[in-house]
Design a protein around this ligand. Sequence first.
Ligand code: AMP
Ligand code: ZN
Length: 664
Amino acid sequence: MDIKQQIETLRNELRQHNYNYYVLDNATISDYEFDVRLKQLQELETQHPEFFDANSPSQRVGGQVTKNFETVQHEHRMYSLDNSYSKEDLLDWETRIKKVVEGKVEYVCELKYDGASISLTYVNGNITKAVTRGDGVQGDDVTTNVKTIRSVPLQLQGDFPTKFDIRGEIVLPFAGFNKMNEERIEIGEEPYRNPRNTASGSLKLQDSAEVAKRPLECLLYNITGNNINISTQFESLEKARKWGFKVPTAAKLANSMDEVFEFIDYWNVHRHNLPYETDGVVIKVNDLQQQEELGYTAKSPRWAMAYKFQAEQVSTRLNEITYQVGRTGAITPVANLEPVQLAGTTVKRASLHNADQIEKLDIRVGDEVFVEKGGEIIPKIIAVDLAKRPADSQPTQYITHCPECDTELVRTEGEAQHYCPNYNGCKPQIIGRIQHYISRKAMDIEGLGGETVALLVNAGLISNYSDLYELTKEQVIQLERMAEKSAENLISGIEASKQIPFERVLFALGIRYVGETVAKKLAKHYKSIENLSQATIIDLVTVDEIGTRIAESVVDFFNSEENRHIIDRLKQFGVQLQISAEQLANQTDKLQGQIFVVSGVFESLSRDELKKLIEDNGGKVSSSISSKTDYIIAGDNMGPSKKNKAEQLGIPIIDEYKFKELIM
Ligand code: AMP
Ligand code: ZN
């Protein structure tokens, strides 16, 4: 088999697996095997840039950066939907339809997915554009980002029209949303409020590699175009599914309004079991001929109607407000409620977020409150039933001292949250910090779990992460339910963590606002904890993407004598507190302050390798040419518009070999 064929075979195979996994929810090979094949493909593509394909499955990982999202015109307008809230509204709608259309009317009932609407354009089976709804006439071109979403087919299969638009909704399923929030809480950031806003925010991220990491999905529901050879809405859903799109199978044909009502009643209950959020049902006239007869109002089609589910609400008594202390010391007030049934689950607790929220609601112990399950996963208290407030009710006094260690709380100007500043003496903070240190993305200590950490702290065996390295097997064995073998694993897992590279150690330290990406940037820039600990705020903010909030937090961390002591101990135990000699050998300042634009494909290395070389030598990579650009590194197939612009601005264009001379 020649190379080209080999590449094509791998692409087809990966496409099929991707489809099985993300569209059909039915994996046929393991993640590991998938990764192996993807690596093979990436290697072949790097060695043979002449076979580059913008729609290859290898492009899913993203990497392109969009500075400004271009506004583009929709070829076919994206309409809104009329809303209805009751069955009477729907019957009125049916009466209006029957005045225009003769004969039998069938309806398609679909779920109304709550996300960000998107319009995808396909030409000859390849995706060419993805545009947000915007004002319906024009939207933003977010193609680069949307192509990283695994359930969006880059290339179609079967018998598709030459050119068409397909509309749908980009959603963030609950599971992925929760996971993203756990990670944010871990680095001391406020969690995202709801999946819908997070999904639409994701589409506007500049770095598509970041979008690729988010577990977004794209659910499709409408095909538009000329000569598409489809006669009903239901048929269009079935066809789209065959071409490779993710079209939820809940959609049903209804012969009458009664059947529409059945669909609504069913999903009003069962929607809570869906993996993503829905806020209603969309009912559409099935026959496209009839749709055309009905036409559009200024804003929406007359052939479709959204039926909005009532956000479910109950009222119950607020028994108590308790306060939780997080790993970073952040205090979260929690409403403890008289247990009540809501949307199929028993609700006992609801988050009150912060002191402002309590004040805004004027919520008091003993109040009867309204609880709602809306976009958020955790139920929300939306109001107090003032009519039922007991006469002797007293306004809520927010706590002034930590419920765990009794230290006076602080609240920084402009921040919503109160914090317990007793960094080294407050139990949940101590335990939380060590749990973060050992976690998978940090030191990844095998054989040690979060609960064991709590046991070790409570038994007085450790009080910070440096103490882990002095633990002995004999000490660990004393813990409840700890077998000899497990104790050995735990100790050897701790030993092995001494090999974890500096950037991850830096993340593991749990400095507020220093997440994985920031840790990488700091590690690369400062190269050792020694250098970092001496950096001033002014130094720190000169590092790319480090703002004053992060800078202050880093400086605070190293100002603490206790922290410096812990780090000295880590150093003694042999934890990696500087980047390795090998990493160091590859880094220079030769390109300091210079800005590069990379264009086209290269012979001797991949674009990513080239970018890494630029950054490792102190240069910066930019995606668009401006008067600030120092060099353009051009490979094969450099775009003509880039070339013109470079020539106009008089920016030198060099090839990869000339570039390598710059860093020799
Ligand atoms: P609204 O934003 O309330 O006017 O509702 C209209 C929006 O609902 C459309 O722009 C779509 O983004 C969204 N939507 C969600 N699910 C569907 C569906 N199955 N059919 C049509 N539109 C839908
Ligand atoms: Zn405390």
